[in-house]
Ligand binder design. Structure first.
Ligand code: 8OZ
Length: 373
């Protein structure tokens, strides 16, 4: 029977366990620059014997326009690439592997964070009822309502596709990442295009499922062409309400998306089951994850099936043993438990992170959580 601690070949990635550190935004990248503290944080979680078989980084902005929160890292500039080199080197020194999560927030941003103080961009000019994290004039961080977005022109979309491909090249060819994960979840740009609640376009990128999925598929093909499909994964969240996103009929939408992704030969599909960081089943948003996986396999999708959201040791072991999943990712648990694999093996109780130190700040609540003795 397969266990959480067995190796897995996922695309071009030779992973030493089935335990993945899920992306978690921590806002320690001052000026959008990755730094030595971040290298320490990721290295603490990178040894596959005690930590993650694969780390998926926090969201990494592909462009200045893709930034939606203060002090999140980017991967568009030479200085950012240099900053990431120390992170990837530290992870590799610990024996681990790391993917960069490629992120464009779309409408989940604030004019304070956008180039020239402009409005954030979105498929349609519909504001999200959600908050984003900014700094005031005193440098104090706080969550404030997201700004009203402007609608992207169709002639701007090829530039965004290019930004994803260049960011992927920067990450893998220059910064030393092993893979990239396309962030198509949690109410950000690619999911805004996918879902009827945020996409009211009447051009080739709005309306029916094929049109709403077009940008996601163009981005994924461009990224796979740029860095090789075996080093590309994608994160999806079919029914999350995160960042005020909703779709009228998610099951056929995701069946189509997964059927189109299948022939691309990606390394992994990363599924957020239910509400991101919340309930795994949502009464008024039914979704059959097993059916989505079957649709992907039936269409010839071979990569690893990675599941996320609220897994404990027992659930994770059961998912791997039954074949329901190939990889299980843990976000919040990895914050306060850098040695999560050791604790899963020992079935030791989960330690909750301090909510006051999740976003912003420095070492406290970041690099000072101890491993078990
Ligand atoms: C929490 C705070 C800021 C960003 C996501 C990137 O939900 C995020 C995020 C989460 O995917």
């Amino acid at each position: 029977m397969t266990s959480l601690f067995d190796p897995l070949q996922a695309g071009a990635l030779a992973l030493k366990s089935r335990i993945v550190m899920a992306p978690v935004t921590r806002n320690r990248a001052r000026g959008n620059l990755p730094n030595a503290l971040m290298a320490t944080y990721y290295a603490q979680r990178a040894n596959p014997a005690t930590g993650a078989g694969l780390i998926v980084s926090e969201g990494v902005a592909i462009s200045p326009q893709g930034v939606g929160y203060a002090d999140v890292p980017g991967v568009w500039s030479t200085a950012q690439i240099e900053g990431w080199k120390q992170v990837t080197a530290a992870v590799h020194k610990a024996g681990g592997a790391i993917a960069a999560q490629l992120w464009h927030v779309g409408r989940i941003s604030h004019t304070n964070l956008q180039p020239g103080g402009q409005a954030p961009v979105a498929p349609s000019p519909i504001a999200a009822n959600t908050r984003t994290y900014v700094f005031d004039a005193q440098g104090q961080g706080s969550f404030v309502p997201a700004s009203a977005p402007r609608e992207l022109r169709q002639d701007e979309l090829p530039g965004i596709v290019r930004d994803y491909a260049v960011a992927a090249e920067n990450a893998i060819k220059s910064a030393g990442f092993d893979a990239v994960e396309i962030h198509a979840a949690n109410g950000y740009l690619l999911e805004q295009f996918l879902k009827t609640g945020a996409n009211h376009r009447r051009d080739d990128y709005g309306g029916d499922i094929e049109n709403r999925a077009r940008l996601l598929l163009e981005v994924t093909r461009a990224v796979a062409d740029a860095v090789g499909r075996g080093r590309v994964g994608i994160r999806l969240s079919p029914v999350t309400p995160a960042n005020d996103i909703v779709d009228a009929d998610p099951q056929p939408l995701y069946t189509y998306v997964l059927q189109q992704l299948a022939p691309l030969g990606l390394a992994f599909i990363h599924m957020v089951e239910g509400a991101t960081g919340g309930p795994r089943v949502i009464d008024d948003r039914p979704f059959d994850c097993a059916a989505a996986k079957s649709a992907y396999r039936l269409a010839g999708g071979h990569g690893a099936w990675m599941v996320n959201n609220g897994y404990d040791a027992q659930m994770a072991e059961a998912a791997i043993a039954s074949g329901a999943a190939d990889l299980v990712s843990f976000g919040r648990p990895f914050i306060a438990m850098p040695d999560l694999a050791a604790r899963l093996k020992a079935h030791s109780p989960f330690v909750q992170p301090d909510p006051a130190t999740l976003y912003g700040g420095w070492e406290k609540g970041y690099t000072d959580y101890p491993a078990l003795g």
